[in-house]
Design a protein around this ligand. Structure first.
Ligand code: PEP
Length: 274
């Protein structure tokens, strides 16, 4: 059998069903909060919401400087509360001034890493190809990857968002095996025009894109893969609109920026998690 058809056959082989897909709310603090403020925020949230359902996860993606203190707070947290980072380097060690490796994150009990956030793509020139290397490094170290995709306004205005997002996923993720996809990947759809702008995608726009991503997963891998990967929405999601967005059948929670910086605004979003 030719290599390509063998590969296709492997990818289309039905996989054993795992549990129902996870519902996730992840806070992306970006470059905000002092170390003590961050620790207090996590403590306050856990105190107010001491129990999550077994399929729910809350992830705090803190700046690197907060990981140590946040991981101390999370040591006594109930199950489902996890620590995340906002970036990593793809190499295990070496002369990469200013960078942090996946092993360094592991030492601080980091479970998940945001990859491909539009701010890193835009301000730090991270290409789909470059992100693919980070994805591989994280998969090899057993991490959960919160992989961000999403189109700029000009692409949305020309109704080319599906092609744009498909390319981001194809070039950075779809080289992975079905097993690696199911075990490590969470996709966050974040339309760039909605990030930090106060303009949220409508529930129809979010649902349409999430359903499209799921159809791509089915076509590339298998229906089981498409059903099991959590797809989060991100972009001006807040205490007021979270419940409506999370009620969409293909939206499994959110990646939250501004509203994750205060317990008053983050808690209602956690509570809106299906
Ligand atoms: C983000 O930066 O991932 C994000 C979704 O930001 P905001 O919620 O502030 O739009």
């Amino acid at each position: 059998m030719k290599k390509n058809s063998l590969l296709k056959k492997i990818l289309k082989t039905p996989l054993p069903k795992n549990n129902m897909r996870n519902k996730i709310v992840a806070g992306n603090w970006k470059m905000n909060l002092g170390i003590q403020q961050g620790a207090d925020l996590i403590k306050n949230i856990i105190e107010a919401k001491p129990q999550l359902n077994p399929h729910q996860k809350v992830i705090f993606c803190t700046p690197f400087t907060h990981l140590n203190s946040s991981s101390e707070v999370l040591k006594s947290a109930p199950s489902g509360y996890l620590l995340g980072a906002q970036n990593c380097h793809d190499q295990p060690s070496g002369a990469y001034t200013g960078e942090i490796s996946v092993d360094m994150l592991t030492e601080l009990q980091v479970s998940a890493v945001i990859i491909g956030h539009s701010e890193r793509r835009q301000y730090f020139g991270e290409s789909n190809e470059f992100l693919k290397n980070k994805v591989d490094s994280l998969v090899s170290k057993g991490k959960m990857i919160l992989f961000c995709c999403g189109e700029p306004l000009s692409i949305r205005e020309s109704d080319k968002q599906n092609e744009y997002v498909a390319r981001q996923l194809q070039e950075s993720l779809f080289h992975l095996s079905a097993e690696a996809m199911m075990n490590h990947i969470v996709i966050a759809y974040e339309p760039i025009w909605a990030i930090g702008t106060g303009v949220t995608a409508s529930t129809q726009q979010a649902q349409d894109m999430h359903a499209f991503i799921r159809s791509l997963l089915k076509e590339t891998y298998h229906e089981d893969v498409s059903k099991e990967i959590s797809i989060l929405y991100g972009g001006s999601c807040n205490a007021t609109n979270a419940a409506e967005l999370f009620a969409c059948p293909d939206v499994d929670g959110g990646l939250i920026g501004g509203a994750a910086l205060k317990a008053e605004s983050f808690l209602p979003i956690i509570s809106a998690m299906p």
